[in-house]
Design a protein around this ligand. Structure first.
Ligand code: AMP
Ligand code: MG
Length: 315
């Protein structure tokens, strides 16, 4: 069974054709800026500009199913993906299935790392969650109380004159930096980043950018590893998977790996291409869901669709 997946929750519009064991095509185009963050109107123009071409390129064969990112995400972006998906589904006369974007990150991570029942640290621009499967749902054990860790990096980058996305540039700048104390904000199993953002912005006038980048990374990542370790310990799941765009950061990978080694847990990081937003994960998850009997009645987008609202019938 061939499934065409469409991803469009935020900066990336992606289309991919997948069957059980193989990715047949994988096309994507991401919105970027030289300075400043995502402007929703420009983002919508980007997605409408690229969507037809990407669908045509990726649809190397006629699909049997169309899966799309139904949420959570930016309204304008989600709507364009949903319209594209409905159009293909009508044209090819095949069913349409709505996929939760966060769950798609999880499923592709399980598939690629071959870790079957991990705790997942999912760190992207908009999302920061520590997730694990318990009693038929992906439970969120801990999450950000305000902004995602990627958003912390991008918002700081904006103030420092770095374009979007700022994470890779901050990683590069952080090498060889010295530590400046930052607000370390873990509340139970949750984390908060806005205090650190305020502090980092204030430091820009008096400190080297290199030192602020280093300190941001060390503090934010230590908070994430602390919460992840507690989730691993409490659930007894001796596996950790790191994914989402910030999961591409080699320092965060190293910190997770050290924590796992110290407690004898397995660690897997998803390769960058499939850690960032991509359509192969949507197609893969749509396929797994459809096979287990899931059907989507209402294809309206869900901007605030939570990971733990989805009943997981395929595990
Ligand atoms: P996603 O929404 O999953 O595609 O992730 C996008 C986020 O990942 C953006 O906030 C980027 O700044 C961030 N990001 C990408 N690469 C890196 C990196 N090497 N280090 C830290 N953050 C990164
Ligand atoms: Mg994502």
């Amino acid at each position: 069974m061939l499934c065409l997946g469409i991803e469009s929750t935020a900066h990336t519009f992606g289309v991919s054709l997948v069957d059980k064991g193989k990715i047949h095509s994988e096309e994507r185009d991401s919105y970027t800026t030289e300075s400043g963050g995502i402007i929703p109107r420009e983002l919508a123009e980007h997605h409408t500009g690229v969507c037809v071409d990407l669908v045509e390129k990726a649809m190397v064969k006629k699909p049997d199913l169309v899966a799309f990112s139904q949420g959570p995400g930016i309204g304008h972006a989600l709507r364009i993906g949903a319209v594209a998906a409905r159009t293909v589904s009508l044209n090819c006369d095949v069913p349409l299935i709505g996929v939760n974007h966060c769950i798609a990150h999880l499923e592709i991570a399980r598939r690629l790392t071959k870790l079957d029942d991990p705790i997942m640290l999912y760190v992207s621009g908009g999302n920061t969650q520590v997730i694990g499967f318990e009693s038929g749902r992906y439970r969120v054990f801990g999450e950000t109380l305000d902004i995602g860790v990627g958003n912390l990096l991008d918002a700081f980058g904006r103030s420092a004159g770095i374009g979007f996305p700022a994470g890779p540039e901050i990683e590069r700048l952080a090498r060889g930096g010295k530590y400046i104390e930052m607000p370390y904000s873990v509340k139970g199993m949750d984390v908060s980043f806005t205090g650190m953002l305020t502090k980092a912005r204030a430091l820009l006038k008096r400190h080297k950018l290199r030192d602020i980048c280093f300190s941001l990374q060390e503090t934010a990542f230590a908070m994430l590893v602390e919460v992840s370790e507690r989730a691993v310990a409490h659930t007894g799941k001796e596996q950790l998977v790191l994914t989402g765009g910030v999961g591409a950061n080699s320092r965060l990978q190293e910190m997770c790996r050290i924590m796992c080694e110290e407690r004898g847990a397995e660690f897997g990081a998803v390769e960058k291409r499939y850690a960032v937003d991509n359509a192969a994960m949507i197609a893969h998850t749509g396929l797994v869901m459809y096979r287990s009997g899931c059907r989507t009645q209402n294809t309206a987008i869900k901007q605030r669709w939570r990971t733990d609202e989805v009943e997981v019938t395929w595990r």
